[in-house]
Ligand binder design. Structure first.
Ligand code: ATP
Length: 320
């Protein structure tokens, strides 16, 4: 490969900038020309493509969001749109593309590789819902945002002896809820991967208050449903359970990336470039037990991420 491009796509996540920086600087280090594509696949189709140099990624490692911006692109879902994208890259002599995004973005990269473009996908999403990687870029920061919010909620909850329901992101994946729940000492963690019984939850909360617990936090992963509905269901069971609901929403996608996310993004971005140089294509870059890994994108998008049941059970043991 002589010329590569990088884009960010789908929902943004903290650490995408660190990934872009790593791709650009590694490429230049290895003598490869590198281009940035604005606004994901939409920017590709709009030819919003510009050369990047060492300085164009200066002062971004600490910033949330993505300087390349992100977008969702309907045209790129069509075979014609994908062909147009491949044609534009070919026309510009760009023979490698690094895509940082979620599973939809991975599917786009897979389509381009079938049209002859060498592609590498980086897991850029707070949801941690991508298989064949233990962590995605942005997850650690998002968990930190949730834990920070819960610390604040605890102060006011203890004063009022109240319970709080915190609805967190993650789409169909309960990892943000699980990791933030464990780290913040939540009493109950509701995730789509595990069955739960609201009668039991309600009884336990009532009993815990009765034996002197001053606050109680229930984390609800968005894949389970709305925090408001859980609050109502608990109140229907025991009228004393008047939980306040906090929906953290897009705050979870903001803020400066943690050192963990910056370093993950830096390692994966550099790895993507080196993998392209070594002739790999149509691969998802990941990290498994600390080791950098390449997996066929097809396999990644067709495999549901494993849920860490041991961690879930630990959180339950510690929450009594
Ligand atoms: P997040 O998980 O944060 O939402 P994502 O990458 O899954 O990120 P999507 O909106 O699903 O977000 O995908 C981003 C873009 O990738 C889409 O707007 C579209 O342009 C492209 N894309 C998604 N699915 C496909 C597909 N099956 N084939 C080709 N391109 C796709």
């Amino acid at each position: 490969v002589k010329k590569i491009a990088v884009l960010t796509s789908g929902g943004d996540s903290q650490g995408m900038n660190a990934a872009v920086r790593a791709v650009v600087r590694s490429a230049i280090y290895f003598g490869i020309e590198v281009f940035g594509i604005q606004r994901g696949y939409q920017g590709l189709l709009n030819r919003d493509i510009f050369p990047m140099d060492l300085r164009s990624v200066g002062d971004i490692i600490q910033r949330g969001g993505t300087i390349l911006q992100s977008a969702r692109c309907l045209e790129f879902l069509t075979p014609e749109g994908q062909q147009k994208g491949a044609d534009i890259l070919n026309e510009m002599g760009i023979d490698g593309l690094v895509v940082c995004g979620g599973d939809g973005s991975y599917k786009g990269a897979n389509k381009l590789s079938k049209l002859g473009i060498n592609t590498m996908a980086l897991p850029g999403t707070i949801d941690n819902d991508i298989s064949f990687t233990d962590y995605t870029i942005g997850f650690d920061t998002a968990v930190g945002v949730v834990v920070d919010a819960i610390n604040k909620l605890r102060d006011t909850m203890s004063s009022h002896e109240r319970s709080s329901i915190v609805e967190v992101m993650g789409r169909h994946c309960g990892d943000i809820a699980l990791h933030a729940g464990l780290a913040s000492g939540a009493e109950t963690i509701l995730v789509p991967e595990m069955p739960y019984d609201l009668n039991e939850v309600a009884d336990r909360m009532r009993d815990n208050f009765a034996r002197g617990k001053r606050h109680s936090i229930v984390i609800v992963a968005e894949g389970v449903g709305k925090g408001e509905d859980v609050a109502q269901a608990l109140k229907d069971r025991h009228s004393s359970l008047d939980a306040r609901v906090t929906v953290l929403g897009h705050i979870q996608r903001g803020g400066t990336p943690t050192p963990g996310d910056r370093n993950l993004a830096s390692r994966l971005g550099d790895f993507a470039v080196r993998s392209l140089i070594e002739g790999h294509s149509d691969k998802a870059c990941g990290i498994i037990k600390g080791e950098l890994t390449l997996t066929d994108i097809d396999l990644v998008v067709n495999t549901k991420k494993d849920f860490d049941i041991e961690l879930y059970e630990l959180a339950s043991r510690l929450s009594q």
